[in-house]
Design a binder for this molecule. Structure first.
Ligand code: BDP
Length: 576
């Protein structure tokens, strides 16, 4: 779906619908009457944010199935007259059915990308009712992927079925390691455009000053003006070839942005953009012709109370910590992050690997996810194609790439991503197979991205064995003549737990783990980056392997540094 982020400017109005909405818990089947008629006796719920932790209520925390949101809204009908009026959801997790004044407006599958629908002027009243049903269920056809049940420990238990049928409440079994925070996670807007309007924009510059500036414009031809600050430096028809002599480049940690202003009839829209080129040449990842070494993190959109809801102050804080620790990049593990975060990274010069929500894929989900996976790739690239901060697309995290179907599943997606991206950025799939010799996908990607947990899940507590295992694996991957990025490696450290023996779960072990890994990475010139797992501690499902969440953060969930933060800060001030 092509759409532009709602913008307030001289041609467009933008009305925020964020705030406290009415809320009602539902069950496993959709109750259309609640959407048509609205509902009374309601709970309150903040939008945007996940609903799970907004109340001190375990049943909501663990809710399974539908919930309903509603709000009344008064509209300035005079101001909307003659305009196109659009309702825009930045992200509803994982799927939404939307009604406006009792009639179905749209529905959407996928919890991390925007969707919108035009409001029919004849349907607009002064006082309107907006209702939204949100489903949080994950299964083998959703991304991220869910399982049907937990097989673990049930095998062989004689009365398992009877316990299951009597006492086990229906719940999600995520095939991914982050808490399934759901709800209206990002902002909701009503915006207007003139009847003749710009529906899509492509704009970017390369390191030589060439500009691609195109606009889809209903009912006319668009013009484009390029600004350096307040000064217009170029002007032309959208789609014409434009070139700026000696542009200031967008560089990692030294960003510089120009603005492209598009005009079509009465409509206009501005996009900040940068001049930068990305290329994979041999074993190097080049940004603006220079080798770039990724230093940074896999992250999550995760925080107390907000859950996975957008938190702009936290985003600013995280970027400042990324700079404090001398890192330069992160991956949007394991789903597309908010557009606000990407715009922030454009401004701050943080390099981003943008990932789809395809996490937890296995042989079974390959058949049922393919079409949805294609949609997510297309929609993510349509939304994010202009951002200079994004230098690579990741199709998935840790799919089963040993199984027979894997190559035939991923290669068309790899081609699709390339064909959708006007900047033709490199494309990768992040893998983590126990037997790397059997991987059918990673060496076919532009950059090999590998997650590795030697010293934790394999050879836990033994950093010498971990180093040797990593060394063996890197020797194997070196033969492909492509760059490799270690996109995840990490050890849980419970903040405040210390030991002179550097045992697992202590802050000391986390440091020893990173020292051992890094000493091996430093020996291989085809290693193009290290992104540690994870930036901060984060919430997960309950389970034997998790002590109140995943503790592999370099920072705690509150963003306080662990010992390893000081070690990495020093290393990253020295390395490459
Ligand atoms: C990796 C996954 C990541 C997990 C991590 C871990 O990609 O989502 O959180 O393992 O176990 O395999 O900490």
């Amino acid at each position: 779906m092509k759409m532009l982020y709602p913008q307030l400017n001289e041609s467009r109005l933008r009305i925020s619908l964020d705030g406290i909405w009415d809320f009602k818990r539902g069950g496993e089947s959709l109750d259309v009457s609640l959407l048509e008629k609205g509902f009374g006796g309601t709970e309150t719920m903040a939008v945007p944010a996940s609903y799970n932790e907004q109340k001190s209520d375990k049943t909501l925390f663990e809710h399974y199935g539908y919930v309903y949101y509603q709000r009344k809204l008064k509209l300035p009908l005079k101001a909307l007259e003659g305009q196109r009026t659009v309702l825009y959801f930045s992200a509803v997790t994982h799927s939404a059915v939307v009604y406006f004044n009792g009639k179905k407006l749209c529905e959407h599958k996928g919890g991390f990308l925007p969707f919108e629908a035009e409001l029919d002027p004849s349907q607009l009243e002064v006082e309107n009712l907006l209702t939204v049903a949100v489903d949080n269920r994950v299964n083998t056809s959703t991304l991220p992927v869910g399982n049907d049940s937990h097989a673990m420990f049930s095998d062989g238990l004689p009365d398992f079925e009877s316990v299951k049928n009597t006492s086990v409440k229906p719940k999600n079994y995520p095939n991914f390691d982050f808490f399934n925070y759901c709800g209206i996670n990002r902002s909701v807007y009503i915006y207007t455009t003139p009847k003749e309007y710009i529906s899509d924009i492509t704009v970017f510059g390369d390191m030589y000053g060439n500009i691609t500036a195109e606009a889809e414009c209903f009912g006319g031809m668009a013009q484009v003006e390029i600004y350096d600050g307040d000064r217009m430096v170029l002007k032309g028809g959208a789609g014409e070839s434009l070139k700026l002599e000696n542009p200031v480049l967008w560089e990692p940690l030294k960003p510089y942005l120009y603005t492209a202003r598009f005009v079509c009839g009465d409509d206009s829209y501005e996009v900040p953009f940068g001049f930068r080129s990305v290329e994979v040449r041999g074993t190097r990842f080049l940004i603006n012709g220079k080798p770039f070494y990724f230093k940074g993190f896999g992250k999550h959109e995760d925080s107390d109370t907000h859950g996975r809801g957008i938190d702009e102050a936290l985003n600013v804080k995280d970027v400042s910590l990324i700079k404090w620790i001398n890192a330069n990049s992160f991956r949007t593990s394991h789903y597309p992050y908010s557009e606000e975060m990407l715009s922030l990274c454009d401004r701050e010069g943080i390099v981003v690997i943008a990932e789809t929500s395809a996490v937890g894929l296995n042989g079974r989900s390959y058949a049922s996810c393919r079409e949805h996976h294609r949609d997510v790739i297309k929609d993510m690239i349509a939304r994010d194609k202009n951002h200079p901060c994004i230098v690579m697309w990741s199709l998935a995290n840790e799919p089963d790439t040993e199984c027979e179907e894997a190559y035939d599943y991923f290669m068309p997606l790899y081609e699709l991503a390339h064909s959708c991206d006007p900047q033709n950025r490199p494309v990768t799939t992040v893998v983590c197979n126990n037997n790397y010799l059997k991987d059918r996908v990673v060496s076919a990607m532009d950059v090999m991205c590998v997650n590795r947990y030697y010293g934790w899940y394999i050879f836990g507590g033994d950093t010498d064995a971990a180093a040797q295992a990593l060394d063996n694996e890197l020797k194997y991957f070196e033969s492909f003549g492509k760059p490799i990025i270690i996109t995840e490696y990490g050890a849980d450290a419970v903040s405040g737990v210390h030991s002179v023996y550097a045992n697992m779960f202590t802050e000391e072990y986390q440091v020893e783990f990173y020292k051992a890994f890094n000493s091996v990475l430093d020996n291989y010139s085809f290693v193009a980056g290290e992104q540690v797992w994870n930036f901060a501690d984060f919430a997960t499902v309950q389970g034997l392997m998790r002590v109140d969440g995943n503790k592999k953060g370099i920072f705690t969930r509150e963003r306080r540094p662990k010992l390893a933060a000081h070690y990495l800060k020093k290393r990253w001030s020295e390395v490459k």
